[in-house]
Design a protein. Structure first.
Lengths: 284, 277
């Protein structure tokens, strides 16, 4: 180690304080969730969140599984639609669009990313839900939630994939072209593998966003606690449930809502560790 | 070159060519001009490249040598705002004709760049990818070609037991030789090299230079280099480019010996003797 001069020491001290703060916020939130949910976690056995008859918090039935299923189905459905759409948009911008069109297209996607979620919900409620209702009542449904979530995560996936693809060095592309590769050969053989980790990170980020999205989903999903049998059935997600019941929940009911918050945090943690694992695999 | 290196070298499909006593033009460049937007990179260059020979392009930075090189395999198509005028004939075919197949052209003309740039894939996949793209998919055939080209560049002994590891784990010199192998796998007749040694340390650079010498005769080689001593050691022909009136121009072209020992142009004399440039 080299010796540090006083200004370096000062800078290091400041940086350490800020860095610790960042992590501390997460730890405090975790501690807060644990503290608030502690009473029920001690009292009730964990299996009750799985085996109770349903979600009737006022009668003391706390089955979280239908809402967990609703959350996962809505998020996975949205990713299933948004990943191909977002990837093709990013490939279009980077490899196919003429430059002026690419800039315009990218600006529009950025605008889409900036729309507040409540506006998506509002649009979904007044336009999308009546449309689905005409096709297959009641309208407010898993499908509506999936479509609104798709719109919300689409720009996220497009922009992260775009950034990853645009960061592929020109030399790689020129090398690929000099070997007589077709445009698709270049994309699938060289650009996508080179940008893979960035694209995966974007998809994970989008998944986390979809899992936690509250307002827009609450407005269009119908909020009936049940396992949906078709995409036209209403669902309730964990995040929407917290928002709906927080205002009047008391005692155990309130604590169980914190448990569901904890569950959401856990889901996102699992996602990000999968991302970390994939990253490690790539570099092994 | 010692006997061992000759042994490591499987006989490629091209016969040993005529060694430049009887110059047969393979690439004919006529009045080639090249612009990037308003900037003129090359102005009316006319030059023949001869079969089986090594032609070195020398000259100061920014005089259009690399642009000349990438015009030959139409890599200039990829550069926005780049405009090429004039004619280039490769094996008597005009490469700018609308019915010419640029992928096929680039299969005939291999290219190696300054910076070693293996694809972020396994060593095996680096060579298999362009082969698959050009319709060679049988595993046995791909494996045979992979072994042959890796032997040709002297890399087989170093990597045969780890073909499935990432090409990025190789050293700089090994990566550059992998890039040579990748270009050779498509069985080109012409090789373009854009300062292939300048990003390597002296030892790796020496290995690559030996490799280029061994390729002489089997391939028609055009090499851009800033290393005059290297040009003098390996090239049969040399072409000096210079910036005149803000445009790259060809000053003198001739046999290497002639350019270095009795140049006709005073700029050439000044450059090769280190007075200018």
């Amino acid at each position: 180690m080299f010796r540090l001069i006083p200004t370096d020491r000062l800078l290091i001290a400041i940086l350490r304080i800020f860095a610790v703060n960042t992590v501390l916020v997460l730890l405090l939130i975790l501690a807060f969730l644990l503290l608030e949910s502690w009473p029920v976690l001690m009292q009730l056995s964990l299996t009750r969140f799985v085996t109770d008859t349903s979600w009737h918090p006022l009668e003391g039935a706390y089955n979280l599984m239908p809402m967990l299923a609703g959350t996962l189905l809505a998020s996975m459905g949205a990713l299933l639609l948004a990943v191909p759409l977002g990837m093709s948009s990013a490939l279009f911008i980077v490899f196919y669009a003429p430059s002026h069109l690419a800039t315009l297209y990218k600006r529009l996607i950025e605008l889409l990313a900036g729309i507040p979620s409540v506006v998506f919900g509002f649009w979904g409620l007044t336009t999308l839900v009546p449309l689905i209702n005409q096709w297959h009542p009641p309208g407010a449904s898993l499908l509506a939630a999936i479509l609104v979530l798709t719109l919300m995560v689409l720009p996220l996936i497009t922009l992260t994939a775009y950034t990853a693809l645009a960061a592929v060095p020109d030399e790689l592309i020129h090398n690929a072209a000099a070997l007589g590769l077709s445009r698709w050969g270049m994309i699938s053989g060289v650009a996508l593998p080179a940008a893979g980790s960035g694209i995966t990170a974007g998809i994970i980020l989008a998944a986390a966003r979809a899992l936690g999205e509250t307002m827009a989903v609450l407005m269009v999903a119908g909020n009936v606690v049940q396992y949906p049998e078709t995409v036209f059935d209403p669902i309730r997600t964990l995040a929407a449930n917290i928002a709906l019941e927080m205002a009047y929940a008391m005692g155990d009911h309130r604590a169980v809502l914190f448990v569901s918050g904890l569950l959401l945090l856990l889901l996102v943690m699992v996602l990000s560790s999968i991302a970390g694992f994939l990253e490690k695999q790539r570099h092994a | 070159m010692n006997a061992n290196q000759d042994d490591a070298f499987t006989l490629g499909p091209l016969e040993a060519g005529p060694v430049c006593c009887d110059p047969q033009p393979v690439i004919q460049v006529k009045d080639l001009s090249l612009h990037y937007g308003d900037k003129i990179a090359l102005d009316k260059v006319t030059l023949d490249i001869y079969k089986g020979c090594i032609t070195a392009l020398i000259g100061p930075s920014g005089c259009g040598k690399s642009s000349f090189l990438s015009a030959i395999n139409r890599l200039t198509d990829l550069i926005p705002g780049c405009c090429v005028n004039g004619n280039i004939f490769v094996y008597d075919q005009d490469i700018h004709r609308s019915d010419s197949n640029v992928q096929e052209l680039r299969r005939q003309i291999g290219m190696v760049f300054q910076k070693p740039t293996p694809f972020p894939l396994s060593i095996r996949r680096n060579i298999a990818l362009p082969l698959n793209e050009h319709g060679i998919r049988k595993q046995a055939e791909v494996a045979a070609i992979t072994e042959q080209v890796l032997r040709d560049v002297g890399l087989w002994a170093e990597v045969y037991d780890r073909l499935d590891t990432s090409a990025l784990s190789l050293s700089g010199g090994q990566q550059q030789r992998l890039c040579f192998a990748r270009a050779l796998a498509l069985n080109p007749q012409i090789l373009l090299m854009d300062e292939p040694c300048s990003a390597l340390d002296p030892i790796a650079s020496g290995v690559v230079e030996d490799l280029i010498c061994r390729l002489q005769g089997r391939y028609t080689i055009v090499i851009v280099t800033h290393n005059l001593a290297q040009a003098r050691r390996i090239a049969n022909y040399a072409a000096l480019f210079w910036i005149k009136e803000r445009a790259g121009q060809l000053v003198e072209f001739g046999r290497c010996q002639h350019i270095f020992e009795s140049p006709s142009h005073e700029l050439t004399a000044a450059y090769v003797n280190g007075v200018r440039g």
